[in-house]
Write a protein that binds this ligand. Structure first.
Ligand code: NAD
Ligand code: TYD
Length: 371
């Protein structure tokens, strides 16, 4: 388990010395979560001249074992903090001389936002505004900084059977989660227009890959197939999501952070639409083969359950601006990425056990029965 290492290392006498050596000190929020951990790893391994500070509250969704391989790196530091804590965040900007921010910390699960929206308002809205204030006060009018806000395509609302979300599509959030993310995007834009804060926003489609908390569709289904538990499909399973491999999202953030235009938004996605039922059936098939089960046996676990309230029908991203302007394209085909993902979960059952103990265990057991 990684230690909270930074406080020991950043004693006042050595902060200045360290800073002379770093090209950038990037504060990555939410780095112990699913996407954040992939991004932190990418940046620490790729950029030898950057100091990366991972600031995370370690909610149920944050797990330091996601970054165990970075333990011991001189360029990586972890701070257990809440982005809503104005005093602490302000002093961190000063003490560590933060030059840039990539902001991912959030409450991220739609179902939880329906159960209780206030936590989403606090972290996603209040926490974001707090970070914006601290960045503005620290950087003054200086332009050689970046505040990159990581957002979602869900801010655009729900599509019918035709069309794609473009950067110019009007926001039309419908769940408490997407409303809180849209609100944070608006604040980020407001800080650009009002105070000249150098911001960038990326709006990405649904991610999948290793280290995703098993309350989201793909890891939940993998876990339940392994344990031969019901596979709950909301409504008729006809809702469509556009899936992107998490490491491709991290590489897109890398491109946008370094080369994107200040003040701009970039959509990120893989043109990879699946209905939920198609996707779950496909997962059942490949997992039956991998687990040496009779093909078709896992499909029998599919259980249609009550639909999610206000369930958005379809998300689909037009990421052509990102390809045209910055040359980014997804690297992996979905079938390949899904297979890698399944293999990771099958080989890391202790990770699942670890993250599904405690608070989540009670919720999971209530929904699917104790293991
Ligand atoms: P996640 O839930 O896996 O991780 C969120 C992280 O934020 C956790 O480590 C958690 O401990 C931390 N956190 C929560 N509240 C905090 C607080 N108050 N202070 C500090 N840290 C806090 O989420 P994820 O799926 O990795 O998503 C990361 C970001 O990307 C979010 O902003 C999300 O809206 C956005 N996004 C996610 C997806 C997706 O498919 N998962 C798609 C597009 C955009
Ligand atoms: P989810 O992974 O929660 O992501 P989001 O709601 O942010 O898109 O859900 C993906 C889709 O899968 C969504 O249409 C809801 C559906 N879903 C189910 O049918 N069953 C489930 O148990 C879960 C968690 C999701």
């Amino acid at each position: 388990m990684l230690k909270e290492s930074s406080r020991e290392k950043f004693t006042p006498w050595n902060i200045g010395v360290f800073n002379m050596e770093w090209e950038k000190t990037i504060l990555i929020t939410g780095g112990a979560g699913f996407i954040g951990s992939h991004l932190v790893r990418l940046f620490v391994n790729k950029y030898q001249d950057y100091r990366i500070i991972n600031l995370d509250k370690l909610t149920y969704a944050g797990n330091l074992s996601n970054l165990i391989d970075l333990e011991g790196s001189e360029r990586y530091f972890f701070l257990k903090e809440d982005i809503c804590d104005a005093e602490r965040i302000r002093s961190i900007f000063g003490d560590y001389d933060v030059t840039d921010v990539i902001h991912l910390a959030a409450e991220s699960h739609v179902d939880r936002s329906i159960e209780g929206p206030m936590e989403f308002v606090m972290t996603n809205v209040v926490g974001t505004v707090n970070l914006l204030q601290c960045a503005k006060d620290k950087w003054g009018g200086e332009k050689d900084h970046v505040f990159h806000h990581v957002s979602t395509d869900e801010v655009y609302g729900s599509l019918g059977t035709e069309g794609l979300f473009e950067e110019t599509t009007s926001y039309d959030p419908r769940s408490p989660y997407s409303a809180s993310k849209a609100s944070s995007d608006y604040f980020v834009r407001a800080f650009y227009h009002t105070y000249g804060l150098p911001i960038k926003i990326s709006n990405c489609s649904n991610n999948y890959g290793s280290h995703q908390f098993p309350e989201k569709l793909i890891p939940l289904m993998i876990n339940n197939i392994v344990n031969q538990k019901p596979l709950p499909i909301y409504g008729k399973g006809e809702n469509i999501r556009d899936w992107l491999w998490v490491e491709d999202h991290a590489s897109a953030i890398d491109e946008i952070f370094h080369k994107g235009c200040i003040g701009d938004s970039y959509n990120v996605g893989g043109l990879n639409e699946w209905t939920n039922i198609e996707l779950v059936k496909y997962l059942c098939k490949i997992m039956d083969i991998k687990l040496g089960r009779e093909v078709g046996s896992s499909e029998r676990l599919i259980t249609y359950v009550q639909d999610r309230a206000g369930h958005d029908l379809r998300y689909a991203i037009d990421a052509s601006k990102l390809e045209r302007e910055l040359g980014w394209k997804p690297s992996l085909k979905f079938e390949e990425g899904l297979e890698k993902t399944v293999d990771w979960y099958l080989q890391n059952s202790e990770w699942i056990d670890q993250v599904t103990s405690g608070e989540y265990k009670a919720y999971y057991d209530k929904m699917y029965g104790a293991k």
